[in-house]
Design a protein around this ligand. Structure first.
Ligand code: ADP
Ligand code: MG
Length: 574
């Protein structure tokens, strides 16, 4: 008889630490977000050896009582929600209540905190999650958390840490994003005892950007501002020549939180393509949306934000970006009917620095009722989503919907392939994809060829969300897979992806295309899969938010349409 045992608290924390704590930068992110949630107006981040030896975050926030100072390391300890209702309206930077528990499980932590209005604070020392000491502290109000020796007790994960330079860059990247998202807070970053940034609190994002990248670069960019019901976007976009060597930055904040929102990247790509530009887009954007319209807790590290209505936000953004950069080299006039979805277009021409272009739609309803007649041409109609449309599945292969006035039939596999393909490509070219840790890591035996491919492409696979490591001579251990993949197809998928890679060695684009199309093909829903209403809606919404919704990566159509006019002809009405 097999014996079932409950995992100890310690092991559970270590497993979930794998989801929250990936590298020093993730520790910095969690600690700084907590400081911001605590109302800090000044945050200092200090790292040693890229944060692997030490991460220290100090703030002047509200601090914690002795009781809270001990409680905060317990799993699901949070002061940020008390009821389920709060889940939908939360404005703070996260509420899963597991960051500190996860961090404490894999490091040595020292917490010093003093509550506002209190003379005596607390100092708590923990090691691997266990409390070693509790004593009084004389710290002024606020909190300092020092995290030492990341993964000291998890050698496997320690092995995955990169060089000091790489980890330092990752920390700089996250502090940059946090500072950009919260210009009203002062930030300092110190690495190896050297001050990298000292950013006093400022009035707006423009000034924060001046502090971070300097006037010369900021002046070359275009201010963007969009206001539509429920969504406000503000920030700067620039177009760099393709030859420019400076790193392309696309940084997005949503409601004061740095976030990766794929639809924003998609809108930027669209901007370049629509204008036939060969350059690259640089963008610093802040979206403010009704908190109930975003889901920030889809990922344990809260790295990606999902919108409940992506089509609408993407359309508003695409229109604003076009408008903001109108009149620049290589740009194209916005054709009639493709501008802002409704309402008053802003005056043409580019604005001067500091003045924002506004696209204001007064009538929110227009989004939903806009006729959608141009699907075969250039991209999906703005604002279209599958939310309100009744859907039917036919033959467990096709999804049928009314889109505008047209009967529209989607191929469920082709749709999902397109979505997965673009998502994978984006991960290969940008920030690492969301991974889901497998509770039971999978061993896969490989041929020598497959094994050498797995080694050769280790970085790409990791980038996409796989966590694969050698385990014995001809076996690999799969510890994590991309977040949106069914875990029961993992073994077949790993083999098929590797097989696809082995077919030919070519250019980078070709290599990325092969990984992406292989994952898309093998990880997507298939003909024969029964889909719920919700799944169908989700697929169609996400398809419409892709860059090229019309075809799967192999060139098959993802949907076909029969217009009302065509029906008229077929029924011999005209
Ligand atoms: P969460 O942020 O999801 O609530 P954490 O594990 O990150 O979970 O933090 C647990 C709790 O510890 C927070 O809800 C908060 O009450 C407290 N806390 C953590 N960091 C700070 C800080 N810098 N200042 C004040 N309170 C803090
Ligand atoms: Mg937190």
């Amino acid at each position: 008889m097999p014996k079932i045992r409950l995992l100890s608290e310690q092991v559970v924390n270590q497993i979930s630490a794998g989801e929250v704590v990936e590298r020093p930068a993730s520790v910095v992110k969690e600690l700084v977000e907590n400081s911001l949630d605590a109302g800090a107006t000044s945050v200092t981040v200090e790292i040693e050896r890229g944060g692997t030896r030490l991460v220290r975050v100090g703030d002047n926030g509200v601090g914690m009582s002795r009781e809270d100072a001990l409680l905060c390391f317990e799993r699901h300890a949070t002061s940020k929600i008390t009821s389920e209702q709060d889940l939908y309206s939360i404005a703070s930077l996260g509420f899963r209540g597991e960051a500190l528990a996860s961090i404490a499980a894999v490091t040595r932590v020292e917490l010093e905190t003093t509550e506002e209005g209190s003379d005596i604070g607390s100092r708590v020392v923990l090691s691997g999650g266990g409390v070693d000491a509790v004593e009084d502290s004389a710290r002024p109000p606020g909190t300092t958390i020092t995290v030492r020796h990341l993964f000291f007790n998890v050698p496997v994960r320690r092995g995955f840490l990169r060089s000091v330079e790489t980890e330092t860059r990752a920390v700089m990247d996250i502090v940059f994003r946090l500072a950009l998202a919260r210009s009203e807070v002062g930030f300092r970053l110190i690495a190896e005892s050297r001050e990298i940034w000292n950013l006093p609190a400022v009035g707006d994002m423009h000034q924060r950007l001046l502090q971070l990248i300097g006037a010369e670069r900021v002046d070359g960019m275009f201010p963007v501002r969009v206001l539509v019901p429920g969504v406000a976007v503000e920030g700067f976009v620039g177009i760099q020549p393709a030859a420019s060597s400076s790193r392309r930055q696309q940084m997005v904040a949503v409601n004061g939180r740095p976030a990766d929102a794929p639809i924003i990247r998609a809108a930027l790509v669209e901007l370049l393509q629509a204008g036939g530009r060969s350059g690259r887009a640089e963008a610093y954007l802040h979206l403010r949306v009704d908190p109930s319209a975003v889901d920030v807790n889809v990922h344990p590290a809260k790295r990606e934000v999902r919108f409940r209505d992506p089509g609408r936000i993407r359309a508003a953004l695409a229109a604003a970006l076009k408008e903001a950069t109108r009149g620049t080299v290589g740009s194209q006039e916005v054709p009639a009917g493709e501008g802002p979805p409704t309402g008053t277009p802003s005056p043409p021409g580019r604005s001067r620095q500091g003045e924002f272009l506004s696209l204001v739609a007064e009538d929110g309803a227009a989004w939903e009722h806009r006729p959608a007649g141009r699907m075969s041409g250039g991209g999906p109609p703005p604002g279209l989503t599958a939310r309100a449309v009744p859907l039917i599945q036919i033959s467990e292969t096709y999804m049928v919907a009314r889109v505008g006035d047209a009967l529209t039939v989607f191929d469920q596999h082709a749709c999902h392939e397109r979505i997965m393909y673009e998502e994978t490509l984006r991960r290969l070219g940008g920030s690492r994809g969301m991974a889901q840790q497998l509770l039971f890591p999978l061993t896969v035996d490989l041929s020598p060829q497959e094994l050498s491919l797995a080694e050769e492409y280790a970085d790409d696979l990791r980038q996409v969300g796989f966590d694969i490591r050698l385990f014995g001579r001809a076996t690999v251990l799969v510890e994590a897979v991309p977040a949106d993949i069914h875990t029961d197809i993992t073994e077949g998928l790993v083999r098929k992806v590797l097989a696809g890679l082995g077919e030919e060695h070519g250019a980078l684009a070709g290599r990325h295309h092969r990984i992406a199309s292989s994952i898309a093909c093998h990880a997507s829903v298939r003909a024969g899969d029964v889909l719920s209403d919700e799944q169908m809606r989700d697929l169609i919404d996400r398809l419409l938010a892709t860059e090229t919704p019309h075809a799967c990566p192999h060139g098959r159509p993802t949907f076909i349409q029969i217009s009302a006019g065509e029906l008229d002809r077929r029924f011999k009405r005209v």
